[in-house]
Design a binder for this molecule. Structure first.
Ligand code: GDP
Ligand code: IMO
Ligand code: MG
Length: 423
């Protein structure tokens, strides 16, 4: 099926990068549709590690065309850092390999300053953002004041930047008492980026549509995860974009009918970075086991990820709101060595039992998980076939399928591209 969407089914870092890279071996195009360099997607090939923030996780295959969609917010400085480091490692980064939507929004230095200032002003109530300027850039997009890649093609781009910096300096100075930015210096810096970006900027909508109609294989790679989605996540502890399936069509300029298959990538346990409620969080030695064995430190910010038992109520919610056709279950090897496993299938709230996940930070605060217990396994899962997995591991997967109602088609038992089991 030509159009495959890969989506984070939890709070991000589910190993979307690994799954995208694996499936990209048969793809023609890999496209990101939302978010920006708040994402950190890891790919491990033959012991070599690659971390992608803006570039789609298909760039390692020379035949794959990578696309940055109109739903994204792009920091040109970070784009070039990433492209230059890829180039230094021998990856072809010529414009024939990468197209950037002309409608994608630009992250400007004032977005970074405003992200930091807003978090500082929130104090204890801060979101715990990646401080990449994501929220402020989407604020400008929604209030129709953003600068887009398209503006880089226009002769008055410098003036547009100067005007925007002057306006934002008022905010920085009067609202947040922060230092202002030099409009000329920002304009000079961005004029340089515009020069380099020009050959990459394109109208991606017809490009994707024509490829789809011609029967090419397209992968749409989500950033973040469903529970961080601006509409569907644990608001306000979310990111500022549409990270769930609904965002893919709008963020790429394609119709939903160009999406044939929707893979929800889910970790075998639950993690989240930053603030916000997390009913199944483990603040004990089992949580430490997950952090240690799963190397649960953020790819973008290096922060320790919070860990807990797999929450099947969230996964069922994810299956519904995304229309998942299958699940890619990752990091199953991390659970090895735990003799009892728990999964949450519902919440106890006051005297009531909720089986559905409430998409609200405050409502979640009062949710106590209702657990089911399953036997664990000792084996390290260094296997390549379903039949070779321990019976307890297969029973854990069957339990997930039964509770969520979606088949688990891909099983990841290690970070490397090859440490994967297909069913
Ligand atoms: P993404 O943001 O969804 O692409 O995920 P990240 O790359 O931020 O985090 C996933 C981490 O888990 C990365 O360090 C991967 O290399 C690693 N990883 C991926 N799959 C597996 C797996 O099956 N087992 C283990 N132990 N690590 C994995
Ligand atoms: P990938 O694509 C995990 C979290 C931040 C914070 C919240 C808002 O690697 O899965 P933002 O900077 O977006 O305004 O931060 O969202 N967050 C992520 N958590 N994985 C990510 O991306 C994330 N991107 C943002 O930690 O809680
Ligand atoms: Mg990540």
């Amino acid at each position: 099926m030509p159009g495959t969407l890969i989506i984070g089914a939890q709070w991000g870092d589910e190993a979307k990068g690994k799954i995208t890279d694996m499936l990209a071996s048969k793809a023609d195009i890999v496209a990101r549709y939302q978010g920006g360099d708040n994402a950190g997607h890891t790919v491990v090939v033959g012991g070599q590690t690659w971390k992608f923030h803006l570039i789609p996780s298909g760039i390692l295959y020379p035949r794959v065309l990578c696309v940055l969609g109109n739903g994204m917010v792009i920091n040109p400085k970070r784009l070039w850092e990433e492209l230059d480091s890829l180039s230094a490692r021998g990856v072809d980064i010529s414009p024939s390999r990468l197209k950037i939507s002309r409608q994608a929004h630009l992250i400007m230095p004032y977005h970074l300053a405003l992200d930091g200032a807003s978090e500082a002003a929130l104090g204890q109530a801060k979101i715990g953002t990646t401080k990449r300027g994501i929220g402020p850039a989407y604020m400008d997009k929604m209030s129709r004041q953003g600068l887009r890649a398209w503006d880089m093609l226009r002769p008055d781009f410098r003036q547009r930047v100067i005007r925007a910096v002057e306006q934002k300096n008022i905010w920085l100075e009067r609202v947040y008492a922060e230092p202002t930015l030099d409009p000329q210096a920002v304009a000079d810096e961005y004029a340089g980026y515009a020069e380099r970006m020009r050959p990459y900027i394109a109208d991606i909508s017809p490009l994707l549509y024509d490829a789809y109609v011609a029967g090419k294989e397209l992968l749409y790679e989500g950033g973040q995860g469903t529970l961080l989605d601006i509409d569907l996540g644990s608001y306000p502890y979310v990111t500022s974009s549409s990270a769930s399936a609904g965002g893919a069509a709008a963020g790429l300029g394609i119709g939903p009918r160009c999406i044939d298959r929707i893979i929800g990538v889910a970790k075998s346990y639950q993690t989240r970075v930053g603030s916000g409620p997390f009913p199944t969080e483990l603040l004990d030695e089992i949580g430490d086991h997950m952090v240690d064995r799963g190397a649960e430190f953020g790819t973008t910010t290096g922060r320790r990820r919070r860990c807990g038992w797999l929450d099947l109520a969230t996964l069922r919610y994810s299956a519904r709101v995304n229309g998942l056709t299958e699940i890619a279950l990752t990091k199953l090897d991390v659970l090895s060595g735990l003799n009892r496993l728990r999964t949450c299938n519902a919440y106890q709230v006051g005297g009531e039992t909720w089986t559905d996940w409430p998409a609200d930070g405050e409502a979640l605060e009062g949710c106590a998980p209702v657990y089911e217990e399953l036997p664990g396994w000792e084996e390290d899962l260094a296997v390549s076939a379903w039949e070779e997995l321990p019976a307890e591991t297969r029973a854990y997967i069957a339990h997930i399928e039964q509770r969520v109602g979606v088949p688990v088609k891909l099983i990841s038992v290690g970070p490397d591209r090859d440490q994967t089991i297909y069913r």
